[in-house]
Design a protein around this ligand. Structure first.
Ligand code: ASP
Length: 347
């Protein structure tokens, strides 16, 4: 009897008291992190990519992530970190950015890139350029040294040259396998994601993947996002994708997160995908995981779009999601967590 009275009193006290406040999530002091992608698509499947080739991608992704991480580790800022990671991937013909960019319907390469600083919301983008060896560096110049957000074509090249960015002859970007990709669909009224689903006509050993992107947060908690691409094979001359459109393929805001996207750009523009994810976190209190899933599966997919996004939130946590079968990706955090993956999500 006594025991039941005691239990009764206890339960009244327990349930009538204000429950202790849910602990506010806090960011680990001085923590930092970087996440990168090398493109997403239906062609990124175990059966399509030999183990040897998987290893080649893995090594390049790790070289890129380590280049960015080394900067953060030394106390460098997130802008320099993402720039370092992206230039490694732009210099590699494995990816559809810088060297090895895909060809448009005229048989030319036109590249887009963007960077956004989550602290100031300052942004820089270039669109439809050739001759700039590392488009991400030119986007940074637009952000840091001009009053504008986006420059296209010749104007972007002139500004880059003025600030000492390396220019190259267009033959530098030439890639025979990219030409072959174009030849297969040139003349048809369709474009192709660099990493589109397997088509038996394709020589898979030669079928390369990827727009590239990176998001980093530094010891000061500042987030930067950047993305660089050759766009889509057989795109119309002058077509500009989602990558340089701030809020579509690239977005950063210290209040929420930084995002870099990859996929069929038109759908990411129409849904303002990256900004939409940020808004769902900010105004709808969604977790980054929920927001990414919502935009990819409930907004982009019903329209017919395919792709993925990487994200770092204000707490320094890393997220990724995609609605295609794979996405080349890696992350590294100051707490020792690191992962490099291509296929299904393992966590
Ligand atoms: N989003 C890029 C574009 O549409 C392509 C890609 O991510 O592969 O230009």
């Amino acid at each position: 009897m006594r025991l039941s009275i005691l239990l009764f009193v206890f339960s009244i006290t327990f349930f009538s008291c204000d429950s202790p406040k849910k602990k506010e999530k806090v960011r680990e002091p001085n923590s930092f992190a970087i996440v990168i992608h090398g493109g997403a698509g239906g062609g990124i499947k175990r059966d399509n990519i030999s183990e040897e080739r998987q290893e080649i991608y893995k090594q390049k992704l790790e070289e890129a992530i380590n280049a960015g991480y080394a900067i953060l580790e030394k106390g460098g800022n997130s802008q320099d970190a993402i720039q370092a990671a992206i230039t490694v991937m732009e210099d590699s013909p494995l990816f559809n950015a810088g060297k090895g960019s895909v060809y448009n319907s005229e048989g030319n390469q036109e590249m887009d890139a963007a960077i956004m600083n989550g602290k100031t919301l300052n942004s820089g983008a270039i669109a439809g350029v050739n001759h700039i060896k590392n488009p991400i560096l030119a986007a940074r110049i637009v952000m840091d040294s001009s009053k504008h957000v986006m420059l296209s074509g010749k104007g972007a090249v002139i500004l880059a040259e003025k600030y000492g960015i390396e220019l190259v002859d267009s033959t530098y970007f030439y890639d025979e396998r990219r030409i072959n990709q174009l030849k297969r669909i040139q003349g048809k009224e369709k474009t192709q994601l660099d990493h589109t689903a397997y088509n038996p006509e394709f020589d898979l050993q030669d079928h390369k993947y990827g727009t590239v992107g990176a998001v980093a947060t530094d010891k000061d908690g500042n987030i930067t996002a950047g993305t660089s691409t050759g766009g889509m094979t057989n795109k119309k001359y002058g077509r500009i994708g989602d990558v340089p459109v701030i809020g579509a393929g690239t977005y950063a805001n210290n209040a929420t997160c930084g995002i870099s996207a990859t996929g069929t750009g038109e759908y990411f523009i129409r849904t303002v995908a990256s900004h939409e994810v940020s808004s769902l976190i900010q105004y709808k209190n969604q977790t980054p995981k929920e927001a990414l899933h919502h935009v990819l599966f409930n907004q982009i997919e019903p329209l017919g779009g395919e792709g993925g996004m990487i994200l770092i939130d204000k707490y320094g946590d890393v997220y990724w999601d995609f609605n295609s079968s794979g996405m080349f990706r890696a992350y590294k955090k100051s707490n020792g967590d690191a992962k490099t993956e291509m296929f299904e999500i393992t966590e």
